[in-house]
Design a protein around this ligand. Structure first.
Ligand SMILES: Nc1ncnc2c1ncn2[C@@H]1O[C@H](COP(=O)(O)OP(=O)(O)OP(=O)(O)O)[C@@H](O)[C@H]1O
Ligand SMILES: [Mg+2]
Length: 341
């Protein structure tokens, strides 16, 4: 539930906007510089939260065809709508198609289309994707002829695509076509030496963002380094963000920076979990996580509404279906600062 993504460019500890100097990350940077200037498809693999989106963004940034850059999340859109979304349609192609609509392939013409989480795409759509990638041909729904597009396609997946191919859920020809060049975003387990750098970065970033400061002791850093991060960088980032929001002190009290004790982190680590592991989590712990997550969502929702209503509390309340009185209450409760909206 990060509202503002860390705006991290190249710096002493970051390359292509990514933090990490481990051999595993250095390999990723090398692969990015090798493939970005070439006009080829790239498949980015890796577990959830490992930074696949950042790798894609870096390739786009270093590619000669940066614009337009269109992203489609293949899991977020229901199968039937995804075809229309990607390839577009002609007026009257189906009930509700009241006007022609350009699809994302066409919108990305001369630029880059990122198909996020392609591993989940329905088999029936995959042949159309293959034709678009292989020959640059698309057929909008209800259109009699194919149209040509010139698009560089980048894909990501957290699935084992080879396994999907073996299971008959992913077309083998499409897999080979997409896998011309692949980059694996490494899990945090494969690069524990980067954890301290990431912690330092997120502490700095979110302290600035929220105007709240904490100190993390070497013992805790050691504990966090040894922790098995199932949600990878996203899980670590969200933990640091939560700690800063709930335990940070204002800069004016900088001499009293709270150093958090081990038990506190132990508890947080227990509750910061990968949602996919729900089956193995005791109910009590799930309840706590849910409470924490809902709090975060509610805060983000209120900030977003305030931002979109330019700070108008009545309008913000209306936008999210809450009563006018509740907004000042949440501003106070969640320590929402005027700079955030
Ligand atoms: N190397 C890194 N340095 C700094 N921040 C990172 C790094 N890798 C990931 N992040 C941060 O972690 C979060 C998740 O990253 P991202 O969305 O790129 O992961 P993903 O692999 O696409 O995840 P998913 O599979 O869930 O879509 C983002 O907030 C991102 O900024
Ligand atoms: Mg992603």
């Amino acid at each position: 539930m990060t509202l503002l993504k860390p705006a991290i460019g190249d710096g002493p500890n970051s390359t292509y906007g990514m933090i990490g100097s481990s051999p595993a990350m250095r390999k990723v940077y090398e692969q990015i510089s090798k493939v970005a200037p070439l006009d080829v498809t790239v498949l980015i693999t890796g577990e959830t939260g490992t930074g696949k989106q950042l790798v894609a963004d870096a390739i786009v940034e270093k590619s000669p065809r940066k614009n337009p850059y269109i992203i489609v999340n293949c899991t977020a859109i229901p199968k039937d709508l995804l075809e229309a979304e990607l390839f577009g349609y002609k007026k009257g192609a189906f009930t509700g198609a009241v006007a022609d609509r350009k699809g994302k392939f066409k919108a990305a013409n001369l630029g880059i289309l990122l198909l996020d989480e392609i591993g989940d795409m329905d088999l029936s759509l995959q042949s159309k994707i293959l034709r678009a990638v292989e020959y640059g041909k698309i057929s909008p729904l209800g259109h009699e002829y194919e149209e040509s597009v010139n698009v560089r396609v980048i894909t990501t997946t957290n699935r084992d695509l080879k396994l999907r191919v073996r299971e008959g859920k992913f077309r083998e020809d499409l897999f080979y076509r997409l896998n011309i060049f692949s980059i694996e975003a490494p899990s945090l387990r494969e690069r524990p030496e980067d954890i301290q750098l990431l912690i330092d970065h997120f502490v700095k970033f979110y302290s600035k963002e929220f105007g709240r400061y904490i100190k993390i002791s070497p013992d805790i850093i050691k504990k966090l380094t040894n922790h098995k991060w199932k949600g990878n960088v996203r899980e670590l980032e969200s933990l640091i963000k939560r700690v800063i929001i709930s335990e940070g002190v204002p800069q004016s009290n900088i001499s009293e920076l709270p150093t958090l004790n081990e038990d506190y982190f132990e508890e947080l680590l227990d509750t910061s979990l990968n949602i996919k592991l729900i089956d193995n989590i005791p109910l009590k712990m799930l309840k706590e996580t849910l409470k924490e997550t809902l709090k975060e969502i509610r805060r983000d929702l209120v900030v977003k509404a305030l931002r979109e209503s330019r700070g108008n509390k009545s309008k913000a309340a209306r936008m999210i279906g809450m009563s006018r009185k509740i907004i000042p209450y949440y501003i106070e409760k969640y320590n929402i600062r005027p700079e955030e909206f």
